[in-house]
Design a protein around this ligand. Structure first.
Ligand SMILES: Cc1ncc(C[n+]2csc(CCOP(=O)(O)OP(=O)(O)O)c2C)c(N)n1
Ligand SMILES: [Mg+2]
Length: 374
């Protein structure tokens, strides 16, 4: 059992509130119990809803494989996305090709939904490539994942403002976590966006943890969405495990941004089912009961049940999809492992346009070192 300031972590009010099926301030289309708010269902065809499900299954399958690959020493440290599939896929699916997207280290689902090849995502985890190497970055409009927390927010606002000045009909979407809201860059980005009416959607995946720091130690605000008030624009809360609700909220915010209505903050209430990364052990700081309670609200399951009820999704279609996902992931692993790999001195690339003297000296030492396995 884990306590913070005498409060048992599983009894935390915000976690209980966020789990409440009828929490009044959380927008939902499909409730955890399967009830559908028909008025809120976005206008998507069966094929499109199927695509939202297919991408979540692919993300989950990829995620499970990546954790195993790390355990076998075949990739570097990995940040699992399990539990956040609906948030990531729903948000990325709402983007149009011309929009810009700024994901983080946990957003593998955003990359997949944005159309990146699985191999490109895996390549980065191999220590090679930066997600966009094999694509034309100008057409992809999706940036490499940011690891320094919140630094991507001012970038996304800058890109939004630039698009606005140029009169381009597009918006930028920036993804970040609950922990990122404590960073200066969060406030600077939000402030600029509010003052300059940037067409930027701030998409916060509140997964209730920032490594071992629980949500209520992150901020004394009742919600993350309400932080938008201070910057003069709207903040909304959405059930992050409800893919249709996430899609609808992000689509609405992007449309408003493109119509000149300025920025919006979306708090997607979700949960990090796994470890922070494959080098973290969450059993040291959180109760299994909390994890179990959120597993019962699994986003992938919820979408499948909705597809069955609303679109007669069959067992055969389900089995076919699962096999397809397993095969796609297996092929990507083979494809990446067959590559010859990178040269050790490549690690000195991509920091500065021209190496600084110190970096040059370091590179020289590595290149000359007979111990380095090239
Ligand atoms: C500027 C900065 N400070 C600290 C860290 C170390 N760090 C890595 S992940 C993380 C927690 C981030 O939590 P959150 O924003 O909620 O995202 P999540 O990992 O839950 O997706 C921290 C503090 C970092 N990467 N960058
Ligand atoms: Mg978090």
């Amino acid at each position: 059992m884990f306590y913070y300031d005498g409060v048992r972590l599983t009894d935390r009010q915000s976690v209980i509130d966020d789990m409440a099926i009828q929490a009044p301030d959380v927008n939902r289309v499909v409730s955890p119990d399967g009830t559908v708010d028909e008025r809120a269902v976005p206008n998507l065809s069966r094929t499109e809803v199927e695509e939202l499900y297919r991408l979540q299954v692919l993300a989950r399958t990829f995620d499970e494989k990546a954790v195993r690959l790390h355990r076998q020493g075949r990739i570097g440290t990995y940040a699992p996305l399990a539990g956040q599939e609906a948030a990531q896929v729903g948000a990325a699916y709402a983007l149009e090709a011309g929009d810009y997207c700024f994901p983080t280290y946990r957003d593998h689902g955003i990359y997949l939904a944005r159309g990146l090849d699985l191999e490109d995502v895996l390549l980065h985890l191999h220590g090679e490539g930066n997600y966009v190497d094999r694509e034309d970055p100008a057409t992809l409009r999706t940036f490499p994942p940011t690891i320094p927390i919140a630094t991507q927010l001012p970038h996304a606002v800058g890109v939004g403002m630039a698009s606005d000045y140029r009169g381009d009909d597009c918006a930028s979407l920036v993804s970040f976590g609950d922990g990122a809201t404590s960073e200066g860059d969060f406030h600077e980005g939000m402030n600029f966006a509010g003052v300059f009416d940037a067409p930027t959607v701030f998409f916060c995946q509140n997964n209730h943890w920032a490594i071992s720091v629980p949500r209520e130690r992150q901020t004394a605000s009742a919600t993350i969405a309400q932080k938008a008030d201070a910057y003069g624009f709207e903040g909304v809360r959405v059930d992050g495990n409800d893919v249709l609700a996430v899609y609808a909220a992000v689509r609405d915010a992007l449309d408003a941004a493109k119509a000149g209505e300025g920025p919006r903050l979306i708090e997607a209430v979700t949960y990090r089912q796994g470890a922070h990364t494959t080098t973290d052990d969450p059993s040291k700081y959180r109760d299994d009961a909390e994890v179990e309670a959120w597993r019962e609200r699994d986003p992938v399951e919820r979408t499948r049940e909705y597809l069955e009820d609303a679109h007669d999704w069959t067992d055969d279609e389900e089995n076919e999809l699962r096999e397809w996902a397993e095969q796609r992931v297996a092929e990507a692993v083979v494809g990446v492992e067959e590559r010859t790999g990178m040269d050790v001195d490549d690690i000195f690339e991509h920091v500065y346009a021209e190496a600084t003297p110190r970096l040059g000296r370091q590179r020289g030492r590595v290149v000359d070192d007979p111990e380095v396995d090239r």
